[in-house]
Design a protein. Sequence first.
Length: 307
Amino acid sequence: MTRHFLRDDDITPAEQAEILDLAARLKKDRWADKSLAGPQTVAVIFDKSSTRTRVSFAVGIADLGGSPLIISTASSQLGGKETPADTARVLERQVAAIVWRTYAQSGLEEMAQNTIVPVVNALSDDFHPCQLLADLLTIREHKGKLAGLTLSFFGDGRSNMSHSYALAGVMAGMHVRIASPESYAPREDVVADADRIARETGGSLTLLTDPVEAAAGADVIVTDTWVSMGKEEEKLARLRDLGAYKVTQETMSLADPEAIFIHCLPADRGYEVDADVIDGPQSVIWDEAENRLHAQKALLVWLLRQA
């Protein structure tokens, strides 16, 4: 049965750990796996602009012996005359996997339901599961473990990053805090799914409106841009609503003294995070950016092995 990775809980806690272990091994020996030798081709489709996703997938596919086929929907039929289902049926005859950075989660689901090759969510409006694999790998490298750590996310709790932290974090046995205004709280169905997973792993999800309470004693401090692609017209309102959730040196001082700061990038310094935090000694953002490569290579290898 074909496995897909459309949201963080498409894998089990044990499978998440297996992928992270594989990512760590591939990071130590970058050329050890050639699962895409042939070369086999992986279609990497972009509805949205990208730096880290484009580079990490293209380089990772090449590292695995494959050939990345970068497709812009602006110059393809997808999203115009052709449905995701029809595109999937065409691509599966020629590629080993499909990676799609898009808007609606429903498009990814339609594509996955209509193909026999793995489909990977490289970002949607609802989830960013590939980023979370990289983030968890980074946290584990710096902290030596995941289970039992407290991770505090500040900002838009209804964002794709917040949703993915809620699911993937509790899956790893972490205690995840989401600090946001009530009107920006995570979707109720995502919270319910995270709570269900937490009962299995011993993790937890806590929703808070007080950023001071959220920061207290945290091992990992996280934020993301307040103005995601497609929401530019909301910038002024978001700056007003989320201003109290900016990550500052005061935020970091409330966390554990050994706390690390992560941000998936791109960052808007001075808005969601102060420059002296993101560029400071507790920031591990460059390790995090590199780990997109290793985590996504591991994911692709793992998915291909399930076929």
